[in-house]
Design a protein around this ligand. Structure first.
Ligand code: PMP
Length: 392
């Protein structure tokens, strides 16, 4: 029975629909992979974050299944109460080794980590400096911290320098995506680390889209740039290149000890399911021993970059397997996504509020499992559909 008190929702949904901003779920009928089944059709999948093509890897599946047999399907409690299972500690030790830090702490997801960690580091007398294009979860975490929120223009080191010079905050936290999730460009981490040193600020880097993908050991953008030891808070996710679910913060032991007590999104939530943590542990082994996956992905990224440049898209700053194919208004992005689907390619339209108004786009991603032929066929299909969407 519909309750009258919720009638306003009909009007809200209608208004969202009229603006082309209503979102809907779409079930995927197959495991994650370079091709997926959607609506009964097999499509080339160009919108997952499964960058190393590990989500359906038999070794991860086996590790997950064995952990469920050994440690149960659910963890049954928070880590601090009765949910601290063997696989969690094993994964944290492996993550610290992977990140080259003293310690690491698991979170249920990247969203949990970003929503809860800033508040453990800064509060009312402090300031947090955040790139305007940082992920929504970072913004939410900054707001929850109650510190003064100072947003600086995208990757604008000069503006940040001015802002840091002027602040009178007690503690200062600079937070940035390593690779920006909707644009694929890289943060200037060396310059940010220099600024943090100069102003006594902490540096928090979200490696969600670089973890396992960049760096000689797959440690992320900071590793690739040789500044990993200058990052105070290394946040990484386990649900993208690592093919599992969850996230972590790696850093000094005292940082992790503080988070165990203070990070509300660690304290007040059920510990990750053993299967997810075991899958991530298996993935870390593959990241360490199969660098050819990163090399293959880099080759595909170069191919896509050259192709999109040829079609007139500005992808010069792309540093990872994420390509913004910016089409402008929402209707154009949706029309392009639909036309590509008819040609066998699955690429979702990304619209506000995920991206700024007027920059609706296709967010095209690649995985190590794609083939050169799939990239070429996609570029040909995109070239074919563009004139149609340009005229509306
Ligand atoms: N940070 C960034 C930069 C992201 O893009 C995302 C997810 N898209 C997250 C954090 C959240 O991670 P998770 O999906 O594990 O919650």
């Amino acid at each position: 029975m519909a309750r009258g008190s919720l009638d306003w929702i009909d009007r809200e949904l209608e208004a969202l629909g009229a603006k082309g901003l209503r979102r809907a779920l779409e079930p995927i009928g197959s495991p994650q992979g370079p091709e997926v089944e959607v609506g009964g059709r097999r499509l080339v999948n160009l919108c997952s974050n499964d960058y190393l093509a590990l989500a359906a890897d038999p070794r991860l599946r086996r590790a997950a299944a064995e952990a469920a047999e050994r440690e149960g399907a659910g963890s049954g409690a928070s880590r601090l109460v009765a949910g601290d299972l063997p696989v969690h500690g094993a994964l944290e030790r492996a993550l610290a080794a992977h990140a080259g830090t003293e310690a690491a702490l698991l979170f249920g997801s990247g969203y949990h980590a970003n929503a809860g960690v800033p508040a453990a580091l800064v509060g009312r007398d402090d300031a947090v400096f955040s790139d305007v294009l940082n992920h929504a979860s970072i913004l939410d975490g900054c707001l929850l911290s109650r510190a003064e929120l100072v947003r600086y223009r995208h990757c604008d080191v000069e503006e940040l320098a001015d802002l840091l010079a002027r602040t009178r905050a007690r503690r200062k936290l600079v937070v940035t995506d390593a690779i920006f999730s909707m644009d694929g460009d890289a943060a200037p981490l060396r310059e940010l680390a220099d600024l943090c040193d100069r102003h006594g600020a902490m540096l928090y880097v979200d490696e969600a889209h670089a973890e396992g993908v960049l760096g000689p050991r797959g440690g992320g953008l900071a590793e690739a740039l040789g500044v990993a030891d200058r990052v105070d808070v290394h946040m990484g996710t386990l649900g993208k290149a690592l093919g599992a679910a969850g996230a972590f913060v790696a850093g000094e032991r005292r940082l992790v000890e503080l988070l165990v007590t203070r990070a509300r999104t660690f304290v007040f939530t059920t510990a990750p399911a053993p299967a997810a943590s075991a899958a991530a542990l298996a993935a870390l082994g593959i990241v360490a021993t199969e660098p050819e996956r990163r090399a293959r992905l880099a080759a595909l990224v170069a191919r896509m970059k050259a192709g999109l440049t040829r079609l007139g898209f500005d992808v010069a700053r792309v540093a990872a397997p994420i390509f913004p194919v910016i089409l402008g208004d929402e209707a154009r992005a949706v029309a392009a996504s639909q036309a590509l689907r008819e040609r066998g390619f699955y690429v979702r339209a990304i619209r506000p509020p995920t991206v700024p108004r007027g920059t609706s786009r296709l967010r095209v991603t690649l995985t190590a499992g794609h083939t050169d032929a799939q990239v070429d066929a996609f570029l040909a299909a995109l070239e074919e559909v563009l004139p149609g969407v340009a005229t509306g």
